[in-house]
Design a binder for this molecule. Sequence first.
Ligand code: SF4
Length: 414
Amino acid sequence: APAPPPAQHLFSDPAEIEALRGNLLAWYDKCKRDLPWRRLAATEPDADRRAYAVWVSEIMLQQTQVATVIDYYNRWMQKWPTLQALAQASLEEVNELWAGLGYYSRGKRLQEAARKVVSELAGQMPRTAEDLQKLLPGVGRYTAGAIASISYGQATGVVDGNVIRVLCRLRCIGADSSSPAVIERLWDMANALVDRSRPGDFNQALMELGATVCVPKAPLCGECPVKQHCRARRRKLFGKPAPVPDVEDCGVGSCPLCPPAAEPWDSSLGVTNFPRKAAKKQPRAARTATCVLERRGCHGAPEYLIVQRPSSGLLAGLWEFPSLPLAQGLQEEKQREVLADHLRAWTGRPVVAGGLRFIGEVVHIFSHIHQTYVVYSLPLDGDVTLDPALSPSRWVTEKEFHASAVSTAMKKVL
Ligand code: SF4
C-alpha cells in the first residue's frame, strides 16, 4: 500500500472537518445560485425523478458552462420530463435538441441509458454511486456520486474540476492534478469531508465554491467561507507552508503531492500556484473539404443539401453539408478534384472541379481536433434525385437547417 501523504496535505483533525462542513453549508444556504435543476431537486418528492433531473443537468454540464446549459435543460425537461419519456425518444430528436451543445455522444448515451433503465432495470434507477456507475452507460464516477448524494442522500463525495481546484488549494497539492495518484487522493479527501447528514448539499457547496469564489484566475479569498482552513492562503500570507507537525516530510521533490522540484512555489502566483496540470497534448490538426450545394426551392427560396453522418464516431448521426476529409498537404487544385469526385455521388451527375466556388475556411476546435473546413459552394439547376443507397440526405431551407441536428461547426460553415 502507498505510504499515507504528509500531514499538510490531509484533513486529519475531526474538529476542523466539522467546522469546515458547517462554514461551507451555511455559506451555501445563503449564497447558492438559483438553478432549475436545484429547484427541482429541492421540491420534487419522488427520488427517481430527482435523480433523472440531476442526471440530465450533470451530463449537460460536463464541458459546458451553466449559463449555456440552462436553456437546453429547460427545453429537455419540457420535452422529456421523465426517464420513461426519454426512453421513447428517437436519436434524431435527441440530436436536434442537443444541437449546439457539443460533445454529442453525451445526449446519445443519456438516451441509451434511459432505455436500459426502462427495459432492463424495470424502470428503477440504481440508487448507489457504485451501481449507477456500473449499470448506466455514460455515467462515470463523478456523475454517479452527484446523483447518489443529491437525489438519494448517499454520503459519498464528488471530484470534478471545481472540487480539484478547491481541495488542491485547501491542502497545497501542487503535483500534477490530472495524474491518477493525485486524483485518487482527492477522491479519498472528498469522501472523508462529505457531510453525513447533507451529502448532496455539501457536494454542491464545494462545487459552487469552486465555480463562484475559488475561481481559477482571481479567487475571492477574502470572501471565502473556508479561508481559515486554506493552507494555500496561509502560505500566501505568511510565505511558508503551514506549521504542521511533520511538514518536514514535504521536502521539495520528494513529496508525491507537492509541486515538482523544477517548478517550486511562485510567490507572484499566490494561491493560484495550485492546482497544477501537466501540459495538455496539442489537438491534432485536420482539414475537411465541404460543399454547400444550393438549389432554388419551390417558392424560389434557396435550399441546401445536408447528409447524415455515420451512427458512430465524431458527431455521430448529425447532419452536415457533403464533406470529405483531406490528406495533409493537398494542393488546392487537387482538393477541388477530390471534392468534385465525392459530390458526383450525391448529385448523380458529373461535377466539374472548376465549377466549385471557394468561399473561405472555417476553423472549429473540437476537444482533440483542430478542424479546418475548406468551404466551397455549388449552385445547381434542375432537380437532383438523391440516391437512397447513400447515407440519408435531404434538402432544407435555412430555417429548417437551423432546426436540424447540425453541429455548431456546420452553422459556421453556412
Ligand atoms: Fe480558494 Fe482562497 Fe478559499 Fe483558499 S481561501 S479555498 S484559495 S478562495
